[in-house]
Design a protein around this ligand. Structure first.
Ligand code: CA
Ligand code: CA
Length: 216
């Protein structure tokens, strides 16, 4: 073992120790694995004293696509925005681990917040008619026989509002969304798939946690 990799290992352990105290759902070993995976994805090692860069939109989207089968651009941008908490255009190591803790292992409460944020495309804390329309239009498979597919989507927006807009102001606040999802959990991903399925989670966790530990 070279001196460099010993130093890296020590650094990763120290970082993992700190981060695992601040982030839910992952133990110290798992955080260490996620740091290593982050470095691999970033394509450069963690070097002490250097400003940490992060995953840019393109790199992050290819992870969502390759590891979790996501294809919807609007949703993937929303997931990126939700991970990139400080909105600097990069997902830092901390943002990566915090994001994944909800993405892979979040409680219903955490997932409700996460999905609402993904669906609030312009970040004004409401899901508007227009936002619903765009997301539903994007995620639905178009019926070629339909004369005016937009009409069908508009109807669907109105049906959805009727079901979810508790305070009847024509848009979904976080409280509207939260109430509706608590009553009917299937509404969590009403506007597009933004969470991985069980198989996707298993494969990713297997790859990151098991395969990497085997190499240590
Ligand atoms: Ca960031
Ligand atoms: Ca909005």
């Amino acid at each position: 073992m070279s001196e460099m990799s010993a130093m890296n290992r020590k650094l990763i352990q120290t970082l993992a120790e700190t981060i695992s105290k601040q982030v839910e759902h992952f133990n110290k070993t798992e955080v260490a694995c996620l740091i290593r995976e982050f470095d691999v994805l970033l394509g450069e090692p963690t070097v002490p004293g250097r400003a940490a860069s992060g995953l840019d939109r393109g790199r992050f989207r290819s992870i969502l696509h390759n590891s979790f089968g996501m294809t919807d651009d609007m949703i993937m941008d929303g997931v990126f925005r939700t991970f990139d908490k400080d909105n600097d255009g990069f997902i830092s190591m901390k943002e990566w681990i915090e994001g994944l803790s909800v993405f892979l292992r979040g409680t219903l409460d955490e997932k409700i917040k996460y999905c609402f944020h993904v669906y609030d495309l312009n970040g004004d804390n409401y899901i508007s008619r227009e936002e619903m329309f765009h997301m539903l239009k994007n995620s639905l498979i178009r019926q070629p026989t339909e004369e005016d597919p937009d009409e069908g989507i508009k109807d669907l927006v109105e049906i959805t509002l009727k079901k979810m807009d508790h305070d009847h102001d024509g848009r979904l606040s976080f409280a509207d969304f939260e109430n509706a999802v608590r009553e009917e959990n299937l509404l969590l991903e009403a506007f597009g798939t933004c969470l991985p399925d069980t198989a996707g989670i298993e494969i990713f966790e297997q790859h990151v946690f098991q395969d990497q530990l085997d190499q240590w």
